[in-house]
Write a protein that binds this ligand. Structure first.
Ligand SMILES: [Zn+2]
Length: 128
């Protein structure tokens, strides 16, 4: 997996282009800015910003949407960015691409394996 961090110049996505000892060089794909980060941990590079993701569940029809809603409620209830009313209004509007709000990378890490167990088609899109 490619290492990505937030660009310190424009908040775009910068990818790791080289590593020399503890110095990691990142190149921003949005503005072309090149900068260095220092790794404080052997296995984990320092993160210059918390990444946020928007969660989506895409379903083929309204029957599947209702089935997915049960799983979504089970998975997301208790999370601060999850609004049940939002989900319900999307269901009544017949939306097939359910927008579940924004979650941190830590929440994503917990949600993804659980979604897989529930066989829920959960997708996360990085919020710029
Ligand atoms: Zn940039």
């Amino acid at each position: 997996m490619q290492e990505e961090i937030k660009c310190i110049n424009c908040d775009g996505i910068a990818t790791l282009v080289s590593t020399e000892g503890a110095i990691k060089t990142y190149l921003c794909s949005a503005c072309g800015f090149k900068f260095e980060g220092i790794a404080h941990y052997v296995e984990q590079p320092i993160s210059l910003g918390i990444k946020n993701y928007r969660a989506f569940v895409i379903v083929p029809d309204e029957v599947e949407a209702r089935k997915a809603a049960f799983k979504i409620r089970r998975l997301f209830s208790g999370l601060s960015n999850f609004y049940l009313e939002d989900l319900q209004s999307q269901l009544s509007a017949g939306v097939l691409e359910l927008d579940l709000g924004i979650y941190s990378d830590r929440e994503v890490e917990k949600l993804l394996p659980q979604a897989e167990i529930l066989n829920l088609n959960l997708k996360f899109v990085l919020v710029p």
